[in-house]
Design a protein around this ligand. Structure first.
Ligand code: ADP
Length: 371
């Protein structure tokens, strides 16, 4: 029998000390330079004069957040950002709030998104695509080992810092310990959604593998695998089992990996992705030009119980999407979590996140809004 878990997050690795009196404006000068805009607000460049460093600040309007029933998503974002520390995941610094907004301070990734890069370059070679793919897969491995599924892996959510990749946007993430399954829920971005999500079935870590496959396809072909003018048409295309047309010049190892990641049934897991012949082959090629170390990756699936060695580089030099599932797509919950709803102060204060409190009812909301 399947077990269901409702988004109870892992305990955070570390808490920023609660410095209630610290104000955003005392520490950061928010510049009028917009880095991007997302589903819930704008992201601006900010300067910390004390340490003379630039940061990205995500500004979320509380009234808009409530209007679109997105409080849970913002709590999610804060929770998972705080719980995750990995070189391929955007670093959470701290957050503030005032009467009107929530401000999430993040490390600044100055080279845009992977989507910008693919659009600029049209398509990438296997070597180039691998460079990004491998780092994203490392971030997913880290998340999946912590039983977290991201659920919105896409080119717009991959930030670039020089040639380092940083996964961002944890709005849709969920925690599924002990092989648990998530309840049916339209989540993420349609172009990257697997058939089981579209068919409103229970789902698991395979959601991220499918999205990673769609992303690899996008990097190698310069266009998304599934495109349509209407959402319903897109749903049909994703769920149809028509054979996928791949670029004829792809290596057979790459083709096989794409097929295994985009399988409707028996999709491979992230350990198997990292142990695939394509990954091993590409790492061997890189081996000629960089110092590599061998790291055992345990294959947990019953299909492949062995422990193989995958090569991990120390010097890891290593929207396209029209339809993002917003909170409107889901049933509003009366039990949306609050981020200090009563705060009346005009000056944004640094806050200790209640999002990390496992007793916070907000983390059980998914049970209600997934139909
Ligand atoms: P939302 O969760 O509201 O969809 P995102 O986290 O996806 O917002 O951010 C929206 C956009 O802002 C990104 O696609 C990117 O262009 C920009 N952005 C977000 N975080 C950063 C960052 N840390 N550094 C630089 N740009 C960022």
């Amino acid at each position: 029998m399947n077990q269901y878990y409702y988004n109870l997050p892992p305990k955070p690795q570390s808490f920023a000390p609660p410095t209630q009196k610290k104000l955003l404006k005392d520490q950061y000068e928010v510049l009028q330079i917009e880095l991007g805009s997302g589903t819930y607000g704008k992201v601006k460049l900010a300067l910390n004069h004390t340490i003379k460093k630039k940061f990205a600040i995500k500004i979320i309007s509380k009234s808009y957040m409530k209007q679109i029933f997105a409080t849970q998503h913002i709590l999610n974002e804060l929770n998972y950002l705080q719980a995750c520390k990995h070189k391929n995941i955007v670093e959470y610094i701290e957050h503030f709030e005032d009467r009107d907004n929530i401000y999430i301070v993040l490390e600044y990734c100055k080279h845009g998104t992977l989507n910008d890069l693919i659009r600029k370059r049209n398509k990438l070679t296997e070597e180039e695509a691998f460079h990004y793919f491998y780092q994203i897969a490392q971030a997913i491995l880290y998340l999946h080992e912590k039983d977290i599924i991201h659920r919105d892996i896409k080119a717009d959510n991959i930030l670039l810092q020089n040639s380092d990749v940083k996964v961002c946007d944890f709005n849709w993430s969920t925690f599924l310990p002990n092989g648990g399954k998530a309840k049916p829920c339209i989540c993420g971005t349609t172009e990257y959604m697997p058939p089981e999500v579209i068919r409103k079935e229970i789902h698991d870590k395979g959601v991220d593998i499918w999205a990673l496959g769609v992303l690899l396809y996008y990097m190698l072909h310069g266009e998304l695998l599934f495109r349509a003018k209407q959402k319903e048409e897109l749903y049909e295309k994703i769920c149809s089992k028509q054979p996928i047309k791949f670029n004829e010049n792809l290596s057979k190892e790459c083709l096989l990996l794409l097929q295994q990641m985009l399988a409707h049934q028996k999709r491979i897991n992230i350990q198997q992705v990292l142990n695939s012949n394509w990954v091993i082959k590409m790492l061997r090629c890189k081996n000629n030009s960089s110092v590599l170390r061998l790291t055992p990756i345990k294959c947990r699936s019953s299909a492949q119980e062995s422990t193989r060695f995958s090569v991990v580089s120390d010097s890891t030099y290593f929207s396209s999407s029209k339809f993002t599932a917003k909170s409107q797509d889901i049933e509003p919950s009366e039990k949306q979590g609050n981020i200090s709803q009563g705060t009346q102060d005009q000056n944004p204060k640094k806050v200790k996140s209640s999002a990390l409190d496992q007793n916070n009812p907000a983390f059980r909301v998914e049970k209600k809004y997934c139909s």
